[in-house]
Write a protein that binds this ligand. Structure first.
Ligand code: 8IG
Length: 280
């Protein structure tokens, strides 16, 4: 492994660490550049299995700047998957990040977005961010995939440092959402509200998210999407509603429920993800 530069050192340029990480991925996977990247959140663990042929798999801890997976149901594995071109088109490669660092782990925002910056440095132009979340719409039961149309970032922080003014209009690409709708016309869209976590919301906070214009509540994704836009990536966000937001139903929230909903929805969201990525 090359020099591990410390992301926590403010004099370190996080983009240098991302370039180092990308070089390590190229070397360890034997794939010099990737075209698309996916981050798999809660419930999405198996969803990349239909994408294509896994050509390499490595523990994320072998790559500079990555931390070990902290959440049960997230795998700390980075995979390179070959997507067959078909009809004479070139094969493409997907970089699949099987886990993410959450803001609530307290390791700092740079770690939260390091995977996204690394994906950009491997050559990826498109990023698919997935997550498990709570839903506010009573019609979206556990196991419902929902496209993210926009977000509200309630973390009171940003991955951007200094006077870096980035336009977030159409952050969640309308072009990519249209492709997803072609694949599954029944897919709903919603505004994702990121809370800091790791506790779930109170019922009053879930009502507040609704008053603000939110449809989904979660603990990830918005900071990664912002960093992705800064890096020039086109972003598709897909949430899996794994539970009703607190107070929306009379059921208590549990992480076991989250894992169960992911398992039940597995075949549907795997097929959805594979077909969307094939068409990107
Ligand atoms: I999975 O209900 C999952 N992640 N904030 N609220 C928040 N995050 C979540 C939830 C939820 N479910």
């Amino acid at each position: 492994m090359s020099d591990v530069t410390d992301l926590d050192d403010p004099t370190t340029d996080p983009f240098d660490v991302a370039r180092e990480a990308a070089a390590a991925i190229a070397e360890l996977t034997g794939v010099p550049r990737h075209d698309v990247a996916l981050v798999l959140g809660s419930g999405w663990g198996g969803a990349a299995d239909l994408l294509g042929e896994t050509v390499a798999e490595l523990p994320s801890t072998d790559v500079p700047g990555f931390s070990a997976a902290a959440v049960v149901g997230h795998s700390g594995v980075i995979r390179s998957v070959r997507i067959a071109g078909g009809d004479g088109a070139d094969d493409r490669h997907a970089l699949v990040l099987g886990s993410r660092t959450h803001l609530y782990e307290g390791k700092g925002v740079r770690r939260v977005v390091h995977g996204v910056r690394t994906a950009a440095a491997t050559g990826a132009r498109t990023l698919v961010l997935t997550n498990g979340c709570g839903g506010l719409n009573p019609q979206w039961g556990p196991g419902t995939p929902v496209l993210i149309r926009d977000h509200i970032n309630l973390t009171a922080t940003s991955p951007l440092e200094g006077a870096t003014f980035v336009d977030l209009t159409d952050l969640y690409s309308s072009r990519l959402r249209a492709i997803a709708h072609e694949v599954d016309p029944a897919l709903g869209e919603g505004v994702y509200v990121q809370f800091p976590g790791p506790h779930y919301e109170t019922p009053a906070e879930v009502r507040m998210a609704g008053v603000l214009g939110g449809d989904l509540v979660g603990m990830s994704t918005t900071l990664e999407a912002i960093a992705a836009r800064q890096a020039g990536l086109e972003v598709l966000g897909v949430s899996l509603v794994t539970n009703f937001g607190a107070g929306i139903s009379d059921q208590p929230l549990s992480h076991a429920e989250v894992l169960e909903a992911g398992q039940a929805a597995g075949p549907r969201i795997s097929a959805l993800l594979a077909e969307v990525v094939r068409r990107i």
